[in-house]
Design a protein around this ligand. Structure first.
Ligand code: NAD
Length: 351
């Protein structure tokens, strides 16, 4: 049995407590939140879990094997570092840290101490994302040309991060999980409609050498909620609508071919539209899959599906997007080292 302590019982923490409560081979001993009213809420729902005000009561508890961090992003690094230094395995909510430097320091520390460090990119555990990954890997769509995602709603303005850091980790982790090519640069623009300089609308483009392109539209100021992603190949295209209760994925047998009209010096495009296929998806709750993967990875000394490398790559793209936004959308190169997961016992899980 792995004994777990969870820090942060705000909006997302209760979902983690509920799923770790149900997960295999673990028990939740304590939950920390500095707000008393949140602990009172915890006590009503989970009377058997002890509520503590101070995160140190979890980090210093010798009975606790693993710490789950569900606090605002600006606190992730310090809480994760302290937990690793005290010999705890760590699961951090997305995004992993506030900078690449912080993320790398945590990875070094986890490697030195031979502890598991994982980032919760929940969408990697959904049936929809698993299906899209399989379709792309099996070349069902032909050659992949683009990924285009819209994640907008009337969202909570965050005090410490902009809308890309809040919403885009979901899309970037899905992109990195499905597309194996390493991106080389980003362009991003954004705007703030408050006086705190934190963008509430932003557009991010990720560029690849092969000509594949990914684009993300994120906003906290839309009157409607949209969670839609398109993945286009030269033979078929996917529409992923996460708000659809059952038919989340539709595969369009739609494609195009082009040839050059040398005489008229123009491109002639042939379009093809065919059937739409709706595949059956696994509907197990993603967060439960994530919690089980965290516990099993500790027990089996292996890397989880949502490994720290994906977590770090997401932060690298977000950090570059900040630079681009501050420079009016100029192209920022991604300085991606070809880092190999080198933790001795925690072997790489090949996706
Ligand atoms: N995986 C997902 O789909 C998903 C969804 C939403 C949020 N999140 C992530 O979860 C994290 C938390 O987001 P949230 O919306 O729940 O934030 P929140 O502000 O609603 O909750 C954070 C809680 O942490 C507590 N807290 C902060 N610092 C603390 C400390 N040092 N000790 C004890 N308690 C402390 C606060 O009192 C608060 O109750 C963020 O990283 C966010 O990106 C993930």
């Amino acid at each position: 049995m792995i004994t777990i302590g969870i820090i942060g019982y705000g909006y997302w923490g209760p979902n983690l407590v509920r799923n770790f409560f149900a997960a295999k081979d673990c028990c939740v001993k304590s939950v920390a939140d500095s707000r008393l009213e949140r602990l009172q809420q915890l006590g009503k729902i989970f009377p058997g879990i002890s509520g503590v005000c101070d995160a140190d009561d979890i980090i210093y508890d010798p009975d606790i094997d693993a710490v789950v961090i569900a606090t605002p992003v600006s606190t992730h690094f310090q809480l994760a570092k302290e937990s690793l230094l005290h010999g705890k395995h760590v699961l951090i909510e997305k995004p992993m840290a506030s900078s690449v430097q912080e993320g790398e320091e945590l990875i070094e520390l986890a490697e030195q101490k031979n502890l598991l460090l994982m980032v919760d990119h929940t969408f990697l555990y959904t049936g929809a994302v698993e299906k899209m990954k399989q379709l792309v890997a099996d070349k069902e769509l032909g050659n992949i040309k683009y990924l285009d995602s819209t994640r907008i709603n009337l969202g909570l303005f965050q005090p410490d991060i902009n809308v890309l850091w809040d919403l885009a980790p979901h899309d970037i982790s899905i992109l990195n999980y499905i597309i194996k090519e390493t991106p080389y640069s980003v362009n991003a623009t954004g705007i703030t409609h408050t006086n705190n300089e934190i963008e509430n609308i932003a557009y991010l483009t990720i560029n690849y050498n092969s000509g594949f392109i990914a684009h993300f539209n994120c906003s906290w100021t839309s009157p409607v909620k949209v969670r839609m992603m398109l993945i286009g190949g030269d033979q078929k295209m996917i529409l992923y609508n996460d708000l659809e209760p059952t038919e989340k994925i539709k595969i369009y047998d739609t494609g195009y071919n082009h040839k050059s009209d040398e005489e008229k010096k123009r491109i002639l495009v042939d379009y093809r539209t065919g059937d739409i296929h709706v595949p059956k998806l696994n509907t197990t709750e993603a967060l439960l899959g994530m919690a089980n993967d965290f516990v099993a990875s500790i027990q089996e000394k292996r890397q989880p599906k949502s490994c720290y490398q994906i977590g770090l790559d997401v932060v690298r793209i977000l950090e570059a997007s900040n630079k681009s936004i501050k420079n009016n959308g100029c192209e920022v190169l991604l300085n991606t080292p070809n880092r190999v997961l080198k933790q001795k016992n925690y072997q790489v899980l090949r996706h």
